[in-house]
Design a binder for this molecule. Structure first.
Ligand SMILES: *[C@@H]1O[C@H](CO)[C@@H](O)[C@H](O)[C@H]1NC(C)=O
Ligand SMILES: *[C@@H]1O[C@H](CO)[C@@H](O)[C@H](O)[C@H]1NC(C)=O
Ligand SMILES: *[C@@H]1O[C@H](CO)[C@@H](O)[C@H](O)[C@H]1NC(C)=O
Length: 332
C-alpha cells in the first residue's frame, strides 16, 4: 500500500514538473509587446537589451509577473543603473497591472514624470530617483489610491509640493529630497487619511512656516533639513510621540526650545544651523541619542548634565549664544 502511495506521489510530482516546464511561457502578449516598445523607447540599453522576444517576458531581467490570480501580468518594472539617454517611455502606462515602477540611477533619464503613469491604478511603489527628471511633482499621483511608497529624490524637480498628495489613503513613505522644490509644506499634510507617512523633504528650497496642523501628527521619521523654512516647529516634538528621526537642520527656524519635550524614542535629533533660542531642557538627559546636533543656533545657559548629552563632542554644541558646561567650557 505504502509503495503504491509513493509511486502515485512520484507520478503526481513528475507530471507537475513536466506541465510547469512546458507551460512556461506565462507572459501576457500585450505586456510583451508593451515591454518591447519600452525597450525601443529607451534606445535598447545594455541591461534591457537582453530582453529576448523568444523568451517568456516573466523571466526577463528587470521584469516581474504576478501569479495566476492576475493572469501572470507584469507587476514590477525596475530599471536601474544603466546607460540610458531617454525620457520615461509613455508605454509604461500600458502595463495596467503594474504595482512597482522603478527608474533609478540613470543620470541621463530626463524630461518630466511621464503623465501616462496616471493610468497605473494598481501602483503601490514608485521610485524615480537619482535621475535627471525635471518639471513638477505631478498632481495626478493623488489619483493612484494604492500608492504606499513614493520616492522622487535626487532629481531636478521644481514647483511646489501638490497638496493633493495628502489624499493618498495608504501612503506610508514620501521622499522628495534633493530637488528644487519651492513654496510651503502644504496645509493638507496635517491630515493624511491613513497612517502618518515618513516624510523626507530635505535639500530643496521650501519656504514659509510649518503648518500648525502637523503638530497633531506623530511622524516616525521626518527630515526637513536644508530648506528655507522658518517660524516655530516646536509642535513637531512631544514627549508622548513615537518619533525616531527628526532633522530640521539648516533652515531659518526661530523658536524657544526651553520647554520642548522630546520623545524618548528619538534617536536622531539634528537642529543645527537655525535661529533657535532658549536653553536645553533637562528632560533631554533622558534621551538615548545616536545623533545629536544643536550647533549654530542662539541657545544659552548650561548644558544639562547626564544621559547622552556629554557623550557628544563640542562640535555638536558650538556657535551658540552662550551655551556652557561640558563638553563646552565651564559655566561662569
Ligand atoms: C550621459 O550623456 C552624456 C552626453 O551625451 C554622456 O557623455 C555620458 O556618458 C552619459 N552618461 C551616462 C551614464 O550614460
Ligand atoms: C544630472 O546630470 C548632470 C549633468 O548632466 C550630472 O552631473 C548629474 O550627476 C546628474 N544627476 C543625477 C542625479 O544623476
Ligand atoms: C554639527 O553640525 C555642524 C554644522 O553642520 C558640524 O560642523 C558638526 O560637525 C556637527 N557635529 C556633530 C557632532 O555631528
Amino acid at each position: 500500500m505504502a509503495k503504491i502511495t509513493t509511486l502515485l506521489l512520484f507520478l503526481f510530482f513528475f507530471t507537475l514538473l513536466i506541465t510547469t516546464s512546458l507551460s512556461k511561457n506565462l507572459c501576457h502578449k500585450d505586456d510583451k509587446n508593451t515591454l518591447l516598445k519600452i525597450k525601443k523607447s529607451l534606445n535598447n540599453p545594455y541591461n534591457v537589451i537582453s530582453w529576448d522576444p523568444k523568451e517568456d517576458c516573466c523571466t526577463w531581467v528587470s521584469v516581474e509577473c504576478g501569479d495566476a490570480t492576475v493572469n501572470h501580468r507584469v507587476t514590477s518594472l525596475d530599471i536601474s543603473d544603466d546607460k540610458i539617454s531617454a525620457q520615461i517611455p509613455p508605454e509604461v502606462g500600458d502595463l495596467p497591472y503594474l504595482q512597482t515602477l522603478i527608474f533609478r540611477k540613470l543620470s541621463n533619464l530626463t524630461g518630466p514624470i511621464q503623465p501616462t503613469i496616471a493610468k497605473l491604478k494598481y501602483l503601490r511603489f514608485l521610485r524615480l530617483s537619482w535621475t535627471n527628471l525635471t518639471g513638477p511633482v505631478p498632481d495626478f499621483l493623488s489619483q493612484l489610491k494604492d500608492l504606499e511608497y513614493i520616492d522622487l529624490s535626487y532629481n531636478d524637480l521644481s514647483g511646489s509640493i501638490p497638496s493633493s498628495l495628502a489624499l493618498l489613503p495608504k501612503l506610508g513613505y514620501l521622499e522628495l529630497s534633493r530637488n528644487k522644490l519651492t513654496g510651503p509644506i502644504p496645509e493638507s499634510f496635517g491630515s493624511f487619511p491613513g497612517e502618518v507617512p515618513d516624510l523626507f523633504l530635505s535639500h530643496n528650497q521650501l519656504s514659509g512656516s510649518i503648518p500648525k496642523s502637523l503638530g497633531k501628527l506623530d511622524f516616525y521619521r521626518i527630515d526637513l533639513s536644508r530648506n528655507k523654512l522658518k517660524g516655530d516647529v516646536s509642535m513637531l516634538f512631544g514627549a508622548n510621540k513615537k518619533t525616531w528621526i527628526i532633522d530640521i537642520s539648516r533652515n531659518m527656524f526661530q523658536f524657544d526650545i526651553s520647554k520642548v519635550k522630546v520623545a524618548k524614542t528619538v534617536n536622531l535629533l539634528d537642529l543645527n544651523h537655525n535661529g533657535i533660542t532658549g536653553s536645553i531642557p533637562v528632560q533631554w538627559t533622558e534621551l538615548s541619542l545616536q545623533t545629536f546636533n544643536v550647533s549654530y543656533n542662539r541657545l544659552c545657559g548650561p548644558i544639562p548634565k547626564g544621559g547622552d548629552l556629554q557623550r557628544f563632542d563640542a562640535y555638536a554644541y558650538l556657535h551658540n549664544k552662550c551655551l556652557c558646561g561640558a563638553p563646552l567650557q565651564r559655566c561662569k
